[in-house]
Write a protein that binds this ligand. Structure first.
Ligand SMILES: NC(=O)c1ccc[n+]([C@@H]2O[C@H](COP(=O)([O-])OP(=O)(O)OC[C@H]3O[C@@H](n4cnc5c(N)ncnc54)[C@H](OP(=O)(O)O)[C@@H]3O)[C@@H](O)[C@H]2O)c1
Length: 284
């Protein structure tokens, strides 16, 4: 299998559905060994088979974890470290919108747990391996919806008031604060970390909700781009030579752009880091 990603190992969360699946497929086409992180075994097996067939790349594998559960993230990270000698690219893509407030089995609000704490914890657990695999890259799938959001530090998990799209925006803002703080902490290591907005993609990101919400989401995304187009920027950040040394930036349509003033608040980033570390049981 030839391609500029030949010999590289890429871990992609949420790779069994649209943007993540297309990212996995794109990196497989470039010759990478792709590790699909799924939560559903039959769907993961089917995804791996389809990508192998579509790309002719046999080096596609899968591992399972419910990323809303910290114990499963820890087991997944152990498994990855045991199986793979190196990690060239980690794409934190899995995410969702939850219009009704719900708790994970760890007792944490689902949007915050899945969209922010999961990439925060998984990245930390894989950081030593990423550091011995340099040059290596971390790619965080955020969203343009971070722009309307602010961090509600007094009630990060919406116990007093919960609104699904607000919680989603906050979690995507948290992805950016995490990206920028991590880039700062990784200065000089040759591990880069960038975030991106994939564009408005006609996908199932609101699929965990009722028929009315799914219908509204379908209306919103009816004129959206395809998942393959949405995967262009994550593929670019994972593989392009021209961004090899670029870190701590936010991309849209394969170009670095500005993110909101709230996402550039270094004090908020440090505060979020400390609170997140506490929630996942890591020292900050
Ligand atoms: N769609 C858009 O317009 C848009 C815009 C901006 C940003 N984004 C971001 O893009 C990313 C991908 O979203 P998408 O639009 O491709 O949505 P999607 O089609 O719903 O894909 C979400 C992926 O996350 C996985 N996932 C959900 N809950 C999980 C859990 N508890 N444990 C493990 N995996 C879980 C899903 O697994 P299954 O395959 O098993 O369901 C799926 O593979 C998300 O981070 C989203 O916030 C999307």
């Amino acid at each position: 299998m030839k391609g500029n990603m030949h010999g590289k190992i890429c871990i992609i969360t949420g790779a069994t559905s649209r943007i993540g699946r297309e990212t996995a497929r794109g990196l497989a086409k470039l010759g990478a060994t792709v590790v699909v992180i799924g939560r559903n075994q039959p769907k993961s097996v089917a995804t791996v088979e389809a990508i192998r067939q579509e790309t002719g790349n046999p080096s596609i594998e899968y591992l399972l974890a419910d990323l809303s559960v910290q114990g499963q993230i820890r087991a997944l990270a152990d498994d990855i470290i045991k199986r793979y000698p190196r990690i060239d690219v980690l794409v934190n893509n899995a995410g969702g919108t939850f219009l009704q407030r719900q708790l994970t089995s760890d007792g944490i609000e689902m949007t915050f747990a899945l969209n922010h704490l999961a990439p925060f914890l998984l990245t930390h657990l894989l950081l030593d391996t990423l550091k011995v695999s340099t040059p290596s890259r971390i790619v965080n799938v955020s969203s343009g919806s971070h722009k309307q959001a602010k961090m509600n530090f007094d009630d990060l998990q919406g116990t007093q008031h919960y609104a699904g799209f607000q919680a989603y925006g906050q979690s995507k803002l948290a992805n950016l604060l995490f990206t920028y703080e991590l880039a700062h902490r990784l200065e000089g290591t040759r591990v880069t970390v960038n975030a991106l907005h994939p564009g408005l993609v006609a996908t199932n990101v609101a699929g965990a909700n009722g028929p009315l919400v799914r219908f509204i989401w379908w209306l919103i995304t009816r004129f959206g781009i395809s998942a393959a187009e949405g995967a262009r920027t994550p593929i670019y950040l994972s593989s392009a030579a021209e961004v090899a040394g670029v870190t701590g930036r936010y991309f849209y349509k394969e170009r670095a752009i500005s993110s909101s003033p709230a996402s550039n608040d270094a004090t908020a980033a440090a505060r979020l880091w400390q609170m997140s570390a506490q929630l996942v049981g890591l020292s900050s």
